[in-house]
Ligand binder design. Structure first.
Ligand code: F6R
Length: 609
Protein backbone atom coordinates (compact mmCIF):
# COMPACT_ATOMS: atom_id res chain seq x y z
CA UNK A 1 0.00 0.00 0.00
CA UNK A 2 1.58 3.24 -1.10
CA UNK A 3 0.79 6.81 -0.18
CA UNK A 4 0.18 9.59 -2.69
CA UNK A 5 -0.10 13.33 -2.21
CA UNK A 6 -0.73 16.23 -4.58
CA UNK A 7 -1.25 19.97 -4.16
CA UNK A 8 -2.07 23.02 -6.24
CA UNK A 9 -1.93 26.70 -5.31
CA UNK A 10 0.81 26.51 -2.67
CA UNK A 11 3.12 28.72 -4.79
CA UNK A 12 6.71 28.47 -3.57
CA UNK A 13 5.58 26.13 -0.76
CA UNK A 14 4.76 23.34 -3.23
CA UNK A 15 7.82 21.21 -2.55
CA UNK A 16 7.69 21.58 1.24
CA UNK A 17 4.00 20.71 1.21
CA UNK A 18 4.66 17.52 -0.72
CA UNK A 19 7.51 16.37 1.50
CA UNK A 20 5.52 17.19 4.63
CA UNK A 21 2.61 15.14 3.27
CA UNK A 22 4.85 12.20 2.48
CA UNK A 23 6.22 12.21 6.03
CA UNK A 24 2.64 11.88 7.26
CA UNK A 25 1.99 9.00 4.87
CA UNK A 26 5.17 7.08 5.59
CA UNK A 27 3.22 4.44 7.55
CA UNK A 28 1.80 3.36 4.16
CA UNK A 29 5.21 2.38 2.89
CA UNK A 30 8.81 3.43 3.11
CA UNK A 31 10.61 1.60 0.31
CA UNK A 32 11.14 4.70 -1.82
CA UNK A 33 9.84 8.23 -2.20
CA UNK A 34 9.60 10.88 -4.88
CA UNK A 35 8.07 14.18 -5.93
CA UNK A 36 7.25 15.95 -9.20
CA UNK A 37 6.44 19.63 -9.74
CA UNK A 38 4.99 21.15 -12.92
CA UNK A 39 5.09 24.72 -14.15
CA UNK A 40 6.70 25.77 -17.40
CA UNK A 41 8.98 22.77 -16.83
CA UNK A 42 8.44 19.43 -15.15
CA UNK A 43 10.91 18.47 -12.40
CA UNK A 44 11.06 15.06 -10.76
CA UNK A 45 13.22 13.84 -7.87
CA UNK A 46 12.98 10.33 -6.44
CA UNK A 47 15.03 7.79 -4.56
CA UNK A 48 14.99 4.39 -2.92
CA UNK A 49 14.76 4.60 0.86
CA UNK A 50 12.73 6.60 3.30
CA UNK A 51 11.50 10.22 3.05
CA UNK A 52 14.66 11.35 4.82
CA UNK A 53 16.68 10.13 1.83
CA UNK A 54 14.41 12.11 -0.50
CA UNK A 55 14.77 15.28 1.59
CA UNK A 56 18.54 14.98 1.36
CA UNK A 57 18.38 14.48 -2.40
CA UNK A 58 16.09 17.49 -2.86
CA UNK A 59 18.16 19.82 -0.66
CA UNK A 60 19.44 22.76 -2.69
CA UNK A 61 17.37 21.95 -5.80
CA UNK A 62 15.06 24.53 -7.34
CA UNK A 63 11.61 23.38 -8.48
CA UNK A 64 9.43 26.09 -9.97
CA UNK A 65 5.73 25.41 -10.33
CA UNK A 66 2.53 25.50 -8.32
CA UNK A 67 1.30 21.98 -9.07
CA UNK A 68 2.96 18.96 -7.52
CA UNK A 69 2.62 15.26 -6.74
CA UNK A 70 4.48 12.93 -4.36
CA UNK A 71 4.62 9.25 -3.48
CA UNK A 72 5.89 6.95 -0.77
CA UNK A 73 6.12 3.34 -1.86
CA UNK A 74 5.29 -0.09 -0.46
CA UNK A 75 6.64 -2.26 -3.24
CA UNK A 76 4.36 -4.66 -5.06
CA UNK A 77 5.87 -4.87 -8.56
CA UNK A 78 9.63 -4.70 -8.57
CA UNK A 79 12.14 -4.21 -5.77
CA UNK A 80 12.67 -0.92 -3.93
CA UNK A 81 15.10 0.89 -6.27
CA UNK A 82 15.49 4.45 -7.57
CA UNK A 83 14.03 3.44 -10.93
CA UNK A 84 10.99 1.81 -9.40
CA UNK A 85 10.29 4.87 -7.24
CA UNK A 86 7.40 7.10 -8.30
CA UNK A 87 6.66 9.52 -9.99
CA UNK A 88 6.95 7.61 -13.26
CA UNK A 89 7.37 9.45 -16.56
CA UNK A 90 6.71 8.99 -20.25
CA UNK A 91 9.36 8.89 -22.96
CA UNK A 92 9.36 12.67 -23.44
CA UNK A 93 9.60 13.51 -19.75
CA UNK A 94 6.59 15.82 -19.92
CA UNK A 95 4.16 13.65 -17.92
CA UNK A 96 4.57 12.45 -14.31
CA UNK A 97 2.31 9.98 -12.50
CA UNK A 98 1.97 8.61 -8.97
CA UNK A 99 -0.17 5.57 -8.18
CA UNK A 100 -1.40 3.46 -5.30
CA UNK A 101 -2.95 0.09 -6.14
CA UNK A 102 -2.33 -2.70 -8.62
CA UNK A 103 -2.94 -2.42 -12.37
CA UNK A 104 -3.87 -5.96 -13.27
CA UNK A 105 -3.64 -5.65 -17.06
CA UNK A 106 -0.34 -3.80 -17.00
CA UNK A 107 1.61 -6.55 -18.74
CA UNK A 108 -0.67 -6.50 -21.77
CA UNK A 109 -0.57 -2.70 -21.90
CA UNK A 110 3.17 -2.66 -21.46
CA UNK A 111 3.70 -5.16 -24.28
CA UNK A 112 1.51 -3.08 -26.60
CA UNK A 113 3.25 0.17 -25.68
CA UNK A 114 6.70 -1.37 -26.05
CA UNK A 115 5.73 -2.75 -29.46
CA UNK A 116 4.78 0.83 -30.43
CA UNK A 117 8.22 2.12 -29.48
CA UNK A 118 7.84 3.18 -25.84
CA UNK A 119 10.84 2.67 -23.59
CA UNK A 120 10.31 1.53 -20.00
CA UNK A 121 12.74 2.26 -17.21
CA UNK A 122 11.09 0.48 -14.26
CA UNK A 123 9.58 -2.89 -13.32
CA UNK A 124 6.38 -1.29 -12.05
CA UNK A 125 2.80 -1.68 -13.21
CA UNK A 126 2.39 2.11 -12.85
CA UNK A 127 4.76 3.09 -15.63
CA UNK A 128 2.24 2.18 -18.32
CA UNK A 129 0.11 5.16 -17.27
CA UNK A 130 2.41 8.04 -18.30
CA UNK A 131 3.10 6.26 -21.59
CA UNK A 132 -0.62 5.86 -22.27
CA UNK A 133 -1.08 9.59 -21.57
CA UNK A 134 1.84 10.38 -23.87
CA UNK A 135 0.18 8.46 -26.71
CA UNK A 136 -3.00 10.47 -26.28
CA UNK A 137 -1.17 13.80 -26.11
CA UNK A 138 0.57 12.93 -29.36
CA UNK A 139 -2.77 12.60 -31.09
CA UNK A 140 -3.48 16.21 -30.07
CA UNK A 141 -5.71 15.47 -27.07
CA UNK A 142 -5.78 18.07 -24.29
CA UNK A 143 -4.09 16.91 -21.03
CA UNK A 144 -7.34 16.17 -19.18
CA UNK A 145 -8.81 14.19 -22.10
CA UNK A 146 -5.52 12.32 -22.46
CA UNK A 147 -5.59 11.42 -18.76
CA UNK A 148 -9.20 10.22 -18.87
CA UNK A 149 -8.55 8.12 -21.94
CA UNK A 150 -5.50 6.50 -20.35
CA UNK A 151 -7.43 5.67 -17.18
CA UNK A 152 -10.23 4.08 -19.20
CA UNK A 153 -7.74 1.43 -20.38
CA UNK A 154 -6.79 0.31 -16.86
CA UNK A 155 -8.09 -2.72 -14.99
CA UNK A 156 -7.41 -3.13 -11.29
CA UNK A 157 -7.19 -0.85 -8.31
CA UNK A 158 -5.82 2.65 -8.41
CA UNK A 159 -5.59 6.04 -6.87
CA UNK A 160 -3.68 8.00 -9.50
CA UNK A 161 -2.52 11.59 -9.78
CA UNK A 162 -0.82 13.04 -12.87
CA UNK A 163 0.75 16.34 -13.89
CA UNK A 164 1.82 17.56 -17.33
CA UNK A 165 4.54 20.07 -18.22
CA UNK A 166 3.12 23.53 -19.02
CA UNK A 167 -0.28 22.71 -17.44
CA UNK A 168 -1.12 24.23 -14.06
CA UNK A 169 -3.58 21.50 -13.19
CA UNK A 170 -3.48 18.12 -11.45
CA UNK A 171 -5.59 15.20 -12.71
CA UNK A 172 -6.68 12.36 -10.46
CA UNK A 173 -8.81 9.21 -10.63
CA UNK A 174 -9.88 6.57 -8.14
CA UNK A 175 -10.92 2.92 -8.26
CA UNK A 176 -10.69 0.68 -5.17
CA UNK A 177 -7.87 2.71 -3.60
CA UNK A 178 -8.54 5.65 -1.31
CA UNK A 179 -8.29 9.28 -2.46
CA UNK A 180 -9.42 12.37 -0.61
CA UNK A 181 -9.32 16.07 -1.54
CA UNK A 182 -8.43 18.77 0.98
CA UNK A 183 -9.99 22.21 0.59
CA UNK A 184 -7.45 24.74 1.89
CA UNK A 185 -8.12 28.10 3.45
CA UNK A 186 -7.80 31.01 1.01
CA UNK A 187 -5.37 33.90 1.45
CA UNK A 188 -7.73 35.65 3.84
CA UNK A 189 -7.98 32.53 5.97
CA UNK A 190 -11.59 32.13 4.88
CA UNK A 191 -12.70 28.82 6.40
CA UNK A 192 -15.73 28.77 4.14
CA UNK A 193 -13.68 28.32 0.97
CA UNK A 194 -15.32 25.79 -1.34
CA UNK A 195 -14.45 23.88 -4.49
CA UNK A 196 -14.90 27.00 -6.62
CA UNK A 197 -12.52 29.19 -4.61
CA UNK A 198 -8.90 29.77 -5.56
CA UNK A 199 -7.42 27.06 -3.38
CA UNK A 200 -4.99 25.86 -2.30
CA UNK A 201 -6.23 22.31 -2.79
CA UNK A 202 -4.70 19.00 -1.81
CA UNK A 203 -5.27 15.39 -2.81
CA UNK A 204 -3.97 12.35 -0.94
CA UNK A 205 -4.41 8.69 -0.05
CA UNK A 206 -5.32 9.73 3.47
CA UNK A 207 -6.20 12.95 5.31
CA UNK A 208 -3.07 13.00 7.51
CA UNK A 209 -1.09 14.10 4.45
CA UNK A 210 -2.66 17.59 4.53
CA UNK A 211 -4.39 17.73 7.92
CA UNK A 212 -1.95 20.42 9.09
CA UNK A 213 -3.38 22.73 6.40
CA UNK A 214 -7.08 21.93 6.45
CA UNK A 215 -9.74 19.79 8.12
CA UNK A 216 -12.18 20.24 5.23
CA UNK A 217 -12.30 17.28 2.90
CA UNK A 218 -14.13 15.72 -0.03
CA UNK A 219 -13.91 11.92 -0.39
CA UNK A 220 -13.71 10.70 -3.97
CA UNK A 221 -15.70 7.57 -4.83
CA UNK A 222 -14.78 4.75 -7.20
CA UNK A 223 -15.03 5.76 -10.85
CA UNK A 224 -14.66 9.49 -10.15
CA UNK A 225 -12.16 11.89 -11.68
CA UNK A 226 -10.90 15.17 -10.23
CA UNK A 227 -9.26 18.16 -11.86
CA UNK A 228 -7.54 20.50 -9.41
CA UNK A 229 -6.42 23.95 -10.58
CA UNK A 230 -8.08 27.26 -9.68
CA UNK A 231 -10.96 25.22 -8.20
CA UNK A 232 -11.81 21.55 -8.16
CA UNK A 233 -14.02 19.82 -10.66
CA UNK A 234 -15.21 16.27 -9.90
CA UNK A 235 -16.75 14.22 -12.69
CA UNK A 236 -17.93 10.68 -13.30
CA UNK A 237 -16.72 8.33 -16.03
CA UNK A 238 -18.95 10.08 -18.60
CA UNK A 239 -17.57 13.50 -17.75
CA UNK A 240 -20.72 14.61 -15.95
CA UNK A 241 -20.08 16.87 -12.96
CA UNK A 242 -20.68 15.20 -9.60
CA UNK A 243 -21.82 17.42 -6.72
CA UNK A 244 -19.91 16.55 -3.56
CA UNK A 245 -20.27 17.61 0.04
CA UNK A 246 -17.36 19.10 1.93
CA UNK A 247 -16.95 17.31 5.25
CA UNK A 248 -14.94 18.40 8.26
CA UNK A 249 -12.77 15.78 9.94
CA UNK A 250 -13.18 15.77 13.68
CA UNK A 251 -9.74 14.65 14.75
CA UNK A 252 -6.71 16.93 14.99
CA UNK A 253 -3.35 16.83 13.32
CA UNK A 254 -1.59 14.98 16.16
CA UNK A 255 -3.67 11.87 15.51
CA UNK A 256 -2.82 11.76 11.86
CA UNK A 257 -0.63 8.68 11.55
CA UNK A 258 -3.36 6.55 13.05
CA UNK A 259 -6.14 7.98 10.88
CA UNK A 260 -8.15 8.82 13.96
CA UNK A 261 -7.80 5.41 15.63
CA UNK A 262 -6.39 5.30 19.17
CA UNK A 263 -3.79 2.75 18.17
CA UNK A 264 -2.18 1.42 15.02
CA UNK A 265 -3.33 -2.05 16.08
CA UNK A 266 -6.98 -1.01 16.03
CA UNK A 267 -6.49 0.77 12.72
CA UNK A 268 -4.84 -2.32 11.27
CA UNK A 269 -7.64 -4.55 12.53
CA UNK A 270 -10.05 -2.26 10.68
CA UNK A 271 -7.91 -2.29 7.55
CA UNK A 272 -8.35 -6.05 7.15
CA UNK A 273 -11.17 -6.00 4.60
CA UNK A 274 -9.10 -3.76 2.32
CA UNK A 275 -5.88 -5.69 2.94
CA UNK A 276 -7.65 -8.91 1.97
CA UNK A 277 -9.03 -7.42 -1.23
CA UNK A 278 -5.44 -6.49 -2.11
CA UNK A 279 -4.30 -10.03 -1.33
CA UNK A 280 -6.95 -11.64 -3.53
CA UNK A 281 -6.89 -9.04 -6.31
CA UNK A 282 -6.09 -10.53 -9.69
CA UNK A 283 -5.43 -13.98 -8.22
CA UNK A 284 -8.91 -15.42 -8.01
CA UNK A 285 -11.13 -16.00 -11.01
CA UNK A 286 -14.56 -16.37 -9.49
CA UNK A 287 -16.34 -17.44 -12.64
CA UNK A 288 -13.97 -20.25 -13.52
CA UNK A 289 -13.23 -21.02 -9.85
CA UNK A 290 -9.53 -20.81 -10.72
CA UNK A 291 -6.76 -19.45 -8.55
CA UNK A 292 -3.53 -18.21 -10.03
CA UNK A 293 -0.67 -16.92 -7.95
CA UNK A 294 2.28 -15.53 -9.79
CA UNK A 295 5.66 -17.28 -9.27
CA UNK A 296 4.14 -20.27 -7.47
CA UNK A 297 1.82 -21.55 -10.14
CA UNK A 298 4.05 -24.35 -11.39
CA UNK A 299 4.92 -25.92 -8.03
CA UNK A 300 3.68 -29.42 -7.27
CA UNK A 301 5.72 -30.64 -4.28
CA UNK A 302 5.15 -34.11 -2.83
CA UNK A 303 5.74 -32.87 0.76
CA UNK A 304 5.79 -29.52 2.50
CA UNK A 305 7.53 -28.30 5.62
CA UNK A 306 6.55 -24.94 7.09
CA UNK A 307 8.95 -22.90 9.22
CA UNK A 308 7.88 -19.79 11.13
CA UNK A 309 7.79 -18.03 14.51
CA UNK A 310 5.10 -16.61 16.77
CA UNK A 311 1.94 -15.55 14.98
CA UNK A 312 3.39 -16.71 11.67
CA UNK A 313 3.88 -20.17 13.19
CA UNK A 314 0.14 -20.26 13.90
CA UNK A 315 -0.42 -19.50 10.23
CA UNK A 316 2.00 -22.37 9.46
CA UNK A 317 -0.08 -24.78 11.56
CA UNK A 318 -3.17 -23.70 9.65
CA UNK A 319 -1.37 -24.09 6.31
CA UNK A 320 -0.11 -27.56 7.22
CA UNK A 321 -3.70 -28.66 7.90
CA UNK A 322 -4.92 -27.20 4.60
CA UNK A 323 -2.27 -29.01 2.58
CA UNK A 324 -2.39 -32.31 4.45
CA UNK A 325 -6.16 -32.48 4.03
CA UNK A 326 -5.71 -31.67 0.36
CA UNK A 327 -3.42 -34.68 0.00
CA UNK A 328 0.09 -33.22 0.33
CA UNK A 329 1.69 -34.28 3.64
CA UNK A 330 2.72 -31.08 5.43
CA UNK A 331 4.22 -30.27 8.80
CA UNK A 332 4.74 -27.00 10.66
CA UNK A 333 7.98 -26.41 12.58
CA UNK A 334 8.96 -23.61 14.92
CA UNK A 335 11.80 -22.08 12.94
CA UNK A 336 14.04 -22.00 15.99
CA UNK A 337 13.63 -25.80 16.36
CA UNK A 338 13.96 -26.68 12.69
CA UNK A 339 17.51 -27.97 12.99
CA UNK A 340 16.21 -31.09 14.78
CA UNK A 341 13.44 -31.78 12.24
CA UNK A 342 13.61 -34.72 9.83
CA UNK A 343 15.36 -33.57 6.64
CA UNK A 344 13.09 -32.74 3.70
CA UNK A 345 12.89 -35.66 1.26
CA UNK A 346 12.38 -35.91 -2.51
CA UNK A 347 10.92 -32.82 -4.10
CA UNK A 348 9.97 -31.26 -0.75
CA UNK A 349 9.11 -27.60 -0.53
CA UNK A 350 10.03 -25.64 2.59
CA UNK A 351 7.76 -22.66 3.14
CA UNK A 352 8.95 -19.83 5.41
CA UNK A 353 6.07 -17.72 6.67
CA UNK A 354 7.29 -14.32 7.86
CA UNK A 355 5.48 -11.01 7.54
CA UNK A 356 8.68 -8.99 7.91
CA UNK A 357 10.81 -11.35 5.84
CA UNK A 358 13.62 -10.56 8.28
CA UNK A 359 13.07 -12.84 11.28
CA UNK A 360 16.45 -14.36 12.02
CA UNK A 361 15.13 -17.75 13.20
CA UNK A 362 13.03 -18.16 10.06
CA UNK A 363 15.84 -17.05 7.74
CA UNK A 364 18.18 -19.48 9.42
CA UNK A 365 15.69 -22.37 8.99
CA UNK A 366 15.18 -21.46 5.33
CA UNK A 367 18.96 -21.44 4.78
CA UNK A 368 19.17 -24.85 6.46
CA UNK A 369 16.43 -26.13 4.12
CA UNK A 370 18.36 -24.76 1.16
CA UNK A 371 21.51 -26.54 2.34
CA UNK A 372 19.48 -29.75 2.63
CA UNK A 373 18.54 -29.37 -1.02
CA UNK A 374 14.87 -28.36 -0.71
CA UNK A 375 13.09 -25.76 -2.82
CA UNK A 376 12.10 -22.76 -0.66
CA UNK A 377 9.11 -20.44 -0.75
CA UNK A 378 8.72 -17.22 1.29
CA UNK A 379 5.21 -16.17 2.24
CA UNK A 380 5.81 -12.57 3.24
CA UNK A 381 4.45 -9.04 3.31
CA UNK A 382 7.71 -7.33 2.57
CA UNK A 383 8.93 -6.84 -0.98
CA UNK A 384 12.68 -6.89 -1.18
CA UNK A 385 13.06 -8.52 2.27
CA UNK A 386 15.82 -11.04 2.90
CA UNK A 387 13.37 -13.96 2.81
CA UNK A 388 11.96 -12.76 -0.52
CA UNK A 389 15.44 -12.32 -1.98
CA UNK A 390 16.90 -15.61 -0.74
CA UNK A 391 14.01 -18.02 -1.38
CA UNK A 392 13.45 -19.73 -4.72
CA UNK A 393 9.86 -18.47 -4.82
CA UNK A 394 7.86 -15.73 -3.09
CA UNK A 395 4.17 -15.34 -2.36
CA UNK A 396 3.32 -11.80 -1.22
CA UNK A 397 0.40 -11.37 1.14
CA UNK A 398 -0.03 -7.67 0.15
CA UNK A 399 -1.33 -6.51 3.52
CA UNK A 400 0.38 -3.10 3.40
CA UNK A 401 2.59 -1.74 6.17
CA UNK A 402 1.84 -3.03 9.66
CA UNK A 403 3.14 -0.72 12.35
CA UNK A 404 1.56 -2.13 15.53
CA UNK A 405 3.92 -4.73 16.97
CA UNK A 406 1.08 -7.24 17.41
CA UNK A 407 0.47 -8.82 14.02
CA UNK A 408 -3.19 -8.62 12.99
CA UNK A 409 -3.85 -7.89 9.33
CA UNK A 410 -0.72 -9.75 8.28
CA UNK A 411 -1.91 -12.93 10.08
CA UNK A 412 -5.21 -12.73 8.22
CA UNK A 413 -3.27 -12.07 5.00
CA UNK A 414 -1.11 -15.14 5.66
CA UNK A 415 -4.16 -17.37 6.16
CA UNK A 416 -5.74 -16.06 2.96
CA UNK A 417 -2.49 -16.52 1.03
CA UNK A 418 -2.17 -20.11 2.30
CA UNK A 419 -5.65 -20.79 0.98
CA UNK A 420 -4.51 -19.41 -2.38
CA UNK A 421 -1.39 -21.57 -2.27
CA UNK A 422 -3.39 -24.74 -1.56
CA UNK A 423 -6.10 -23.94 -4.07
CA UNK A 424 -3.67 -23.12 -6.85
CA UNK A 425 -1.29 -26.05 -6.36
CA UNK A 426 -3.30 -29.01 -5.06
CA UNK A 427 -7.01 -28.65 -4.69
CA UNK A 428 -9.48 -29.93 -7.21
CA UNK A 429 -12.06 -27.91 -9.05
CA UNK A 430 -14.85 -29.08 -6.73
CA UNK A 431 -13.11 -27.69 -3.63
CA UNK A 432 -12.18 -24.52 -5.47
CA UNK A 433 -15.84 -23.98 -6.27
CA UNK A 434 -16.63 -24.06 -2.52
CA UNK A 435 -13.72 -22.04 -1.22
CA UNK A 436 -13.33 -19.33 -3.87
CA UNK A 437 -16.78 -17.80 -3.14
CA UNK A 438 -16.07 -18.00 0.60
CA UNK A 439 -12.78 -16.15 0.04
CA UNK A 440 -14.58 -13.58 -2.10
CA UNK A 441 -17.04 -12.93 0.75
CA UNK A 442 -14.33 -12.78 3.40
CA UNK A 443 -13.64 -9.00 3.30
CA UNK A 444 -17.36 -8.25 3.63
CA UNK A 445 -17.79 -10.83 6.41
CA UNK A 446 -14.89 -9.25 8.33
CA UNK A 447 -16.43 -5.82 7.85
CA UNK A 448 -19.67 -7.18 9.31
CA UNK A 449 -17.80 -8.37 12.41
CA UNK A 450 -16.01 -5.01 12.75
CA UNK A 451 -19.37 -3.21 12.57
CA UNK A 452 -21.30 -5.53 14.90
CA UNK A 453 -18.84 -7.08 17.36
CA UNK A 454 -19.67 -7.14 21.08
CA UNK A 455 -16.02 -7.92 21.93
CA UNK A 456 -15.65 -4.65 23.88
CA UNK A 457 -18.44 -5.60 26.33
CA UNK A 458 -17.05 -9.08 26.80
CA UNK A 459 -13.57 -7.65 27.40
CA UNK A 460 -15.01 -5.37 30.09
CA UNK A 461 -16.92 -8.22 31.72
CA UNK A 462 -13.79 -10.38 32.08
CA UNK A 463 -11.19 -7.67 32.64
CA UNK A 464 -10.25 -8.85 36.15
CA UNK A 465 -9.82 -12.55 35.46
CA UNK A 466 -6.94 -14.65 36.82
CA UNK A 467 -6.09 -16.11 33.41
CA UNK A 468 -7.64 -16.66 29.99
CA UNK A 469 -7.83 -19.92 28.05
CA UNK A 470 -8.56 -20.43 24.37
CA UNK A 471 -9.60 -23.75 22.85
CA UNK A 472 -10.36 -25.02 19.36
CA UNK A 473 -9.99 -28.07 17.14
CA UNK A 474 -8.64 -28.53 13.62
CA UNK A 475 -8.61 -25.14 11.78
CA UNK A 476 -9.78 -23.51 15.00
CA UNK A 477 -6.77 -24.79 16.97
CA UNK A 478 -4.22 -22.35 15.44
CA UNK A 479 -6.80 -19.60 15.97
CA UNK A 480 -7.05 -20.51 19.67
CA UNK A 481 -3.24 -20.34 19.96
CA UNK A 482 -3.22 -16.99 18.18
CA UNK A 483 -6.03 -15.61 20.37
CA UNK A 484 -3.96 -16.39 23.45
CA UNK A 485 -0.73 -14.98 22.01
CA UNK A 486 -2.42 -11.74 20.99
CA UNK A 487 -3.91 -11.28 24.43
CA UNK A 488 -0.75 -12.06 26.38
CA UNK A 489 1.55 -9.89 24.31
CA UNK A 490 -0.48 -6.70 24.52
CA UNK A 491 -2.24 -7.08 27.90
CA UNK A 492 0.55 -8.83 29.87
CA UNK A 493 -2.16 -11.11 31.31
CA UNK A 494 -1.69 -14.86 31.47
CA UNK A 495 -3.34 -16.52 28.48
CA UNK A 496 -2.91 -19.98 26.95
CA UNK A 497 -4.31 -21.67 23.88
CA UNK A 498 -4.97 -25.42 23.75
CA UNK A 499 -6.22 -28.01 21.34
CA UNK A 500 -9.69 -28.48 22.81
CA UNK A 501 -9.20 -32.23 23.20
CA UNK A 502 -6.02 -31.72 25.25
CA UNK A 503 -7.72 -29.77 28.01
CA UNK A 504 -8.67 -32.91 29.93
CA UNK A 505 -5.07 -34.18 29.80
CA UNK A 506 -3.76 -31.55 32.22
CA UNK A 507 -4.76 -27.93 31.64
CA UNK A 508 -8.23 -28.58 33.08
CA UNK A 509 -6.57 -28.41 36.52
CA UNK A 510 -6.07 -24.66 35.95
CA UNK A 511 -9.72 -23.97 35.17
CA UNK A 512 -11.73 -22.08 37.83
CA UNK A 513 -14.62 -19.64 37.93
CA UNK A 514 -12.00 -16.89 37.47
CA UNK A 515 -10.61 -18.24 34.20
CA UNK A 516 -12.82 -17.51 31.19
CA UNK A 517 -12.51 -20.05 28.38
CA UNK A 518 -12.87 -18.76 24.81
CA UNK A 519 -14.02 -21.68 22.66
CA UNK A 520 -13.95 -21.46 18.85
CA UNK A 521 -16.71 -23.70 17.47
CA UNK A 522 -17.66 -23.57 13.80
CA UNK A 523 -19.92 -25.64 11.60
CA UNK A 524 -22.21 -28.52 12.55
CA UNK A 525 -19.95 -31.53 12.10
CA UNK A 526 -18.06 -33.91 14.31
CA UNK A 527 -15.36 -31.36 15.12
CA UNK A 528 -17.93 -28.87 16.46
CA UNK A 529 -19.76 -31.57 18.46
CA UNK A 530 -16.54 -32.61 20.19
CA UNK A 531 -15.63 -29.03 21.08
CA UNK A 532 -19.11 -28.49 22.50
CA UNK A 533 -18.34 -31.54 24.69
CA UNK A 534 -15.19 -29.76 25.90
CA UNK A 535 -17.22 -26.64 26.65
CA UNK A 536 -19.46 -28.74 28.90
CA UNK A 537 -16.35 -30.00 30.74
CA UNK A 538 -15.17 -26.49 31.63
CA UNK A 539 -18.68 -25.31 32.36
CA UNK A 540 -19.01 -28.13 34.91
CA UNK A 541 -15.91 -26.61 36.63
CA UNK A 542 -17.71 -23.22 36.83
CA UNK A 543 -15.51 -21.51 34.22
CA UNK A 544 -17.25 -18.76 32.27
CA UNK A 545 -17.40 -19.69 28.57
CA UNK A 546 -17.32 -17.35 25.59
CA UNK A 547 -18.24 -19.19 22.38
CA UNK A 548 -16.98 -17.83 19.07
CA UNK A 549 -19.45 -19.50 16.76
CA UNK A 550 -21.37 -19.32 13.54
CA UNK A 551 -24.49 -20.62 15.32
CA UNK A 552 -24.58 -23.94 13.43
CA UNK A 553 -23.96 -25.99 16.60
CA UNK A 554 -25.00 -26.06 20.26
CA UNK A 555 -22.09 -23.98 21.59
CA UNK A 556 -24.29 -20.96 22.37
CA UNK A 557 -26.55 -23.12 24.59
CA UNK A 558 -23.71 -23.80 27.03
CA UNK A 559 -21.86 -20.48 26.75
CA UNK A 560 -22.22 -17.41 28.96
CA UNK A 561 -21.49 -15.12 26.03
CA UNK A 562 -21.33 -15.46 22.27
CA UNK A 563 -19.15 -13.73 19.71
CA UNK A 564 -20.87 -14.36 16.41
CA UNK A 565 -19.22 -14.94 13.06
CA UNK A 566 -21.02 -15.15 9.71
CA UNK A 567 -21.67 -18.66 8.33
CA UNK A 568 -19.09 -19.85 5.85
CA UNK A 569 -16.80 -22.83 5.25
CA UNK A 570 -15.15 -23.70 8.63
CA UNK A 571 -11.65 -23.21 7.24
CA UNK A 572 -12.58 -19.63 6.24
CA UNK A 573 -14.67 -19.20 9.41
CA UNK A 574 -11.46 -19.69 11.39
CA UNK A 575 -10.19 -16.42 9.87
CA UNK A 576 -13.38 -14.66 10.99
CA UNK A 577 -13.15 -16.09 14.51
CA UNK A 578 -9.62 -14.73 14.73
CA UNK A 579 -10.91 -11.20 14.08
CA UNK A 580 -13.27 -11.45 17.08
CA UNK A 581 -10.34 -12.61 19.24
CA UNK A 582 -8.16 -9.73 17.99
CA UNK A 583 -10.87 -7.34 19.20
CA UNK A 584 -11.14 -9.10 22.60
CA UNK A 585 -7.36 -8.82 23.08
CA UNK A 586 -7.35 -5.19 22.02
CA UNK A 587 -10.17 -4.16 24.36
CA UNK A 588 -8.80 -6.04 27.38
CA UNK A 589 -5.38 -4.43 26.88
CA UNK A 590 -6.89 -1.02 26.25
CA UNK A 591 -8.99 -1.29 29.39
CA UNK A 592 -5.78 -1.98 31.31
CA UNK A 593 -4.12 1.07 29.74
CA UNK A 594 -1.30 -0.90 28.12
CA UNK A 595 0.95 0.65 25.43
CA UNK A 596 -0.74 -1.46 22.79
CA UNK A 597 1.36 -0.60 19.74
CA UNK A 598 4.67 -1.06 21.48
CA UNK A 599 4.35 -3.82 24.08
CA UNK A 600 7.24 -4.13 26.51
CA UNK A 601 10.18 -6.31 25.51
CA UNK A 602 8.86 -6.94 21.99
CA UNK A 603 9.89 -5.66 18.57
CA UNK A 604 8.21 -5.71 15.19
CA UNK A 605 11.04 -7.47 13.47
CA UNK A 606 13.17 -9.94 15.43
CA UNK A 607 16.54 -10.06 13.75
CA UNK A 608 18.44 -12.08 16.35
CA UNK A 609 18.28 -15.83 16.91
C1 F6R B 1 2.99 -11.50 17.39
C2 F6R B 1 4.03 -11.28 16.41
C3 F6R B 1 5.21 -12.16 16.41
C4 F6R B 1 5.67 -12.44 14.98
C5 F6R B 1 7.00 -13.20 14.97
C6 F6R B 1 7.41 -13.55 13.57
O1 F6R B 1 1.95 -10.61 17.26
O2 F6R B 1 3.93 -10.38 15.62
O3 F6R B 1 4.95 -13.36 17.08
O4 F6R B 1 4.68 -13.17 14.33
O5 F6R B 1 7.99 -12.43 15.58
O6 F6R B 1 7.54 -12.40 12.80
P1 F6R B 1 7.58 -12.47 11.22
O7 F6R B 1 6.21 -12.86 10.76
O8 F6R B 1 7.95 -11.09 10.78
O9 F6R B 1 8.59 -13.49 10.87
Amino acid sequence: MCGIIGCVGRAEQTLNTLVHGLEKLEYRGYDSAGVGVAGDDLSVCKTAGEIEALSQKIAGKQFSGTVGIGHTRWSTHGPPTDNNAHPHQDCTGTVAVVHNGIIENYQTLRDELAANGHTFTSDTDTEVVPHLIEDELETGAAPEAAFRSAISKLEGSYAIAAIVEGTEALFAARNDSPLVIGVGLDEDGNAEADLTSDGPFFIASDVPAFRDFTARVVYLDDGEFARLDGGVQITDQNGTTVEKTIETVSWDAEETGKSGYDHYMLKEIHEQPRALRQCLSGRVDELGGNVDIETVGELSPSRIQFVACGTSYHAALYGSQLLTRAGVPAQAFLASEYATSPPPVGDSLVVGITQSGETADTLSALREADRRGAQTLAVTNTVGSTAARECDHTLYIRSGPEIGVAATKTFVGQLAALNLLTLSTVEKRQTRRQIVPALRDLPGDIQHILDESNAAEIAEEYADSDAYFFIGRRYQYPVALEGALKLKEISYEHAEGFAAGELKHGPLALVTDQTPVFAVVLGDGEVARKTVGNIKEVEARDAPVVAITDGRNDAAMYADHVLEVPETHPRIGAILANVQLQLVAYHIANGLGRPIDKPRNLAKSVTVE
